[in-house]
Ligand binder design. Sequence first.
Ligand code: HEC
Length: 231
Amino acid sequence: MSKLRSLTAIAVLSTVSVAGTAMGAGLPLTIEPVNTEALPEVGEEWLTENPYRSQGEEVWQAAIDIGASGYNQNCARCHGLGAVSGGLAPDLRFLEAEEYGDEWFIERFRHGYTQGGVTRMPEFGELLGQKAAWAIRTYVESRPDDEAVGEQSARLKEIRDTLNAWAEGNGTPDPDAFKSELATIAASITTLSGAEVADSIARRAAQQIDGTPESYSLAAETLTIGLSAAK
Ligand code: HEC
């Protein structure tokens, strides 16, 4: 495992930025720090386009993992768990994954939103910083279209059950066949932002399968968790 990925795994709890309190929807909110040490530096000036979209798969994946944690701690309470909005605040998955969408994302992230003297969204720019902003951005824009996942759910459940059987030593494992079928399914799952690649359960499971019983049960678990979240 590369240095980058192993850092990501341990990064979540230690802090690089400082937690703070802000007002949100008239209530004080705790802003949770996001550890972004494992991500490439982006400089002082605020960029207008997501730098982690185009630096290769390893950086992209690390940004998603860090962004997922940052999002779920700081944004989910208003914008919805897993970036699926419950209607309290806009659904961020639809923000276009190109410069226009990025600029708008960063504008809101840095400055929040105040209406009639009431802070509806706190500002995060100073406290969380730019790397956290783009990590969260990368996470949000790569969410799969849950309906597209839903359409594949019958087959994904079959694959999951077969993987569980393989993990228990039943059947004749053919990991390459499943890896390629899952990759094909993954390619059919789109994002709502227009980002090219969706970070779907099919994609993750395809990557996890490596021919060992442990990898079959890990991939089966990935599918189970994702299927229970999908429509
Ligand atoms: C206290 C609730 C709250 C929290 C927490 C919150 N937001 Fe928001 N956010 C809102 C509201 C309300 C709006 C709608 C403001 C408007 O009308 O533009 C909004 C709008 C946005 C928009 C503009 C979306 C669009 O389609 O126009 C972005 C981007 C955004 N938020 C990002 C974030 C991120 C990233 C986080 C976490 C780091 C976050 N928000 C945390 C309430 C919140």
